[in-house]
Design a protein around this ligand. Structure first.
Ligand SMILES: NC(=O)c1ccc[n+]([C@@H]2O[C@H](COP(=O)([O-])OP(=O)(O)OC[C@H]3O[C@@H](n4cnc5c(N)ncnc54)[C@H](OP(=O)(O)O)[C@@H]3O)[C@@H](O)[C@H]2O)c1
Length: 337
């Protein structure tokens, strides 16, 4: 094989926003798979808010990426050499890999993408590899939504949030989404049938929530933490449920982040507040994939992907997540399949 590999390595831990010097883009040789491994070529790299967590050494759910190691990422690729009977040349795999054109993997790290029916690979990977199951289990398993209940979701036009709101609609809930631009608010109400949307950058969130949920909030799906969590806590109904999926408003924080002022509402309203990491649900992935892909095929779940071409653009592109510049699932495309 004559081609060179391209690979992003972590060079320093970010302080605050991700800066250009935290990763370096290197030319290296293409690795050889050991016995039990396969070599695959990257098709798509998922860019996720958790990339910022993995770059840092904050308390987290996996070991942080070590300095000088390849940057970790959720990947989709085509097998080009295999020393494991679980994979053969041409198979499409997805799982946890690295930001590199060519990489080796074992069956513990990647799985076959499997039967995706008529869904294009890019949509199947973008939606079913991570964010669809996150929305599915984070909403249904943790908050058990019932028809008629009011559900609020933050980062509502994002990859996870947009699916959460659509599943809540399928379950017959009154759904309010919070997002950071008028275009995003329009997309979730007009295209995705959310009942209402709040632009948290231009509206007074506590007042807008009061108007949107005059009978209180039964379920809050939290993607952001911070002031929006506080505003939702204030309006939670008795026996309300909060699914703590992400805290993106504080991933880049330099100062210590204050706790929610309305924490006492957890006691007063007997709330259930539960965090989760999607890796907890790996054994039940087929259930989420079957349900979400069926809803996609029926047109009940619509997705939008925000795709940038070229692995060399990964560092610049990942920054979009923390300013809201992404419109849908953020991905790098190296080679369509
Ligand atoms: N628990 C798990 O296993 C798991 C798995 C996947 C993702 N997550 C979490 O789910 C959340 C959404 O992830 P995603 O992949 O779907 O990303 P995304 O929503 O597609 O993109 C992130 C969005 O967050 C919003 N945002 C950024 N900074 C914000 C701030 N300070 N305040 C409020 N909103 C802010 C932006 O939208 P606006 O324009 O609306 O501001 C941005 O577009 C993240 O917190 C992520 O960590 C958790």
């Amino acid at each position: 094989m004559s081609e060179t590999n391209h690979i992003w390595r972590l060079r320093k831990r970010p302080i605050g926003d991700i800066t250009d010097d935290v990763l370096s883009f290197e030319e290296e040789s293409i690795p050889e798979p050991a016995d039990g491994e396969c070599l695959f070529r990257l098709n798509y790299l998922s860019l996720d808010p958790t990339n910022r967590i993995w770059m840092s050494d904050m308390d987290q759910y996996m070991p942080p990426v070590a300095i000088d190691d390849p940057m970790r990422g959720v990947v989709c690729g085509t097998v080009i050499k295999s020393k494991n009977t679980a994979f053969k040349e041409g198979d499409i795999v997805s799982g946890i890999g690295i930001w590199a054109d060519y990489q080796v993997a074992s069956p513990e790290a990647v799985n076959l993408l499997g039967d995706i029916g008529s869904i294009p690979v890019i949509d199947a990977f973008g939606t079913l590899a991570l964010v669809g199951p996150t929305a599915y289990f984070g909403l249904l398993d943790i908050t058990d939504p019932q028809a008629g209940e009011s559900v609020v979701v933050s980062a509502a036009a994002g990859a996870v949030g947009s699916i959460v709101g659509q599943i809540a609609k399928i379950k017959g809930c009154h759904v309010v989404g919070i997002a950071g631009t008028d275009e995003k608010c329009q997309w979730i109400t007009e295209e995705l049938d959310f009942d209402q949307a709040i632009n948290y950058k231009t509206e007074n969130v506590p007042e807008a929530l009061q108007r949107a949920c005059p009978d209180g909030i039964d379920i809050y799906f939290d993607n952001v933490g911070g002031d929006i969590l506080d505003a939702c806590l204030k309006l939670m109904n008795l026996k309300g449920r909060i699914s703590t999926c992400g805290l993106i408003s504080q991933y880049n924080a330099i100062e210590e982040v204050p706790g929610p002022k309305n924490y006492p509402m957890i006691l007063m309203q007997r709330l259930k507040v539960q965090g989760f990491i999607i890796l907890d649900y790996v054994d039940r992935y087929p259930e989420a994939i079957a349900a979400v892909s069926k809803w996609m095929a029926e047109g009940k779940i619509k997705v939008r992907q925000d795709v940038t071409d070229g692995l060399e653009n990964a560092l610049e592109t990942v920054k979009k997540l923390y300013t809201g510049a992404n419109n849908g699932k953020l991905m790098i495309r190296v080679k369509d399949v």
